[in-house]
Design a protein around this ligand. Sequence first.
Ligand code: NAD
Length: 454
Amino acid sequence: MTITNPATEKVVKEITADTPTIIKEKYEKLKIGQKEWQKVSLEKRIACIVKFGELVKENIDELALLLTTEMGKPISQAYGEIKGAHGRIDFFSQHAHQWLSEEWLVKEGGTKEKLAFEPLGVIANISAWNYPYNVGYNVFLAALICGNAVLYKPSEYTALTGLKFRELLWKAGIPENVFECVLGTADAGKILLELPLNGYFFTGSYNTGKSIAQAVAHKLVPVQLELGGKDPLYVADDVVDVTKVAASAAEGAFYNTGQSCCAVERIYVHENIYDQFVEEFLKEVKSYKMGDPTQKDVFIGPLTRFQQIDVLNDQVKDAVSKGAKIVLGGKKAEMKGYYYEPTVLVNVNHTMSVMHDESFGPIIGIQKVKNDEEALALMQDTEYGLTAAVYSSNYDRAQNLMEKLDSGTVYWNCCDRVSVNLPWSGRKHSGLGSTLSYLGIRAFVKPKAYHLRG
Ligand code: NAD
């Protein structure tokens, strides 16, 4: 496997992908290790994760630079992700006892009843590259705390970060036969689907997620899918500060170079403030510095995958052919690296791919709407259901829309946000199941009901 720096197009490292035999050996090793790991006390398991967090903090400079080098994330955002992800460690370590302890439902009488939670066993964590810390921790840290062993398949675009996770987890006391990395592309992922694992936890695109769910359905083991989105944002005409709202929406659309699962992917603005919003939005986006992602003041880096340049070009071409106007960008930047100019399209509508299909890049369409009803109908016109945001100075007005939106997450006056306290879950083509919150701990255990007479 060749790891390429998307900013320089230079090879960072060559690593060897695992063969099917090696992947099977790793699985056999973990099958033995898991049996011992589940006997280790919860305190000790938590202590290992806390130690891992300390080691990440100690090595943050090296880790942030590695993330920037292999996937092109601007360095300040790489630090932001690594520091932000630490909140998951605090959260899991503070709450795991509460959600994993056995519960007595009936304590008195002839038949007592108790609920206990047991680990699933050896699970696969097939992961994406865009936020390897956030989406990785959501699964492998929670799974380890619960007593599972984890075969972690990092994305081929962040394999070196994946190997660092392994190194630091082992150093923190997680046994080598409890956490392993599976290195490779889709082919390595497919081998995992053939093994008799006890759960599949996937983060990535809808198409891959669907094929994984189909391939493992016959096993009747838990399958969780955290997939893509086409997340809408609506700006009502009663917002107090259009400049501030435009800045917030622009950040939601362009942070991580638009490569966030919950990035703002389409914007609807009430006609009364549309022109002012577009003007302020453009001002904000023009202030973003694009370039060498190792520079602290760079906000837009290269795309991680060069193939995405064609996807964005096709969306622009399709939109323009149907009447859209490019008011900013619209093409690959003329510089070395997989850079795409921050792109803003107006006069857009729902016949255009840019308003329907996940863009996953620095591109956004802004559509004018007459009223809240039209905004709601357009926001709902999607196969996805990850997040949706409403900006309004009136909570009741926003709530009226939020309760009708078929999304796992809804936002009032904010966007592109994840909280450890709340479940992270997609609806429709955005996924199945939840990570984070207490639901995201319980996802990695199975209940056992005790009926006790004696
Ligand atoms: P992807 O589907 O291309 O790949 C994800 C992982 O699956 C990689 O490790 C890849 O090697 C592996 N894989 C690919 N084909 C496979 C197969 N047939 N069998 C088994 N494994 C296979 O996705 P990506 O490009 O890494 O990630 C981008 C996508 O992830 C976007 O759609 C984004 O919205 C989504 N995402 C969602 C969330 C969320 O929390 N909902 C978070 C991050 C990213």
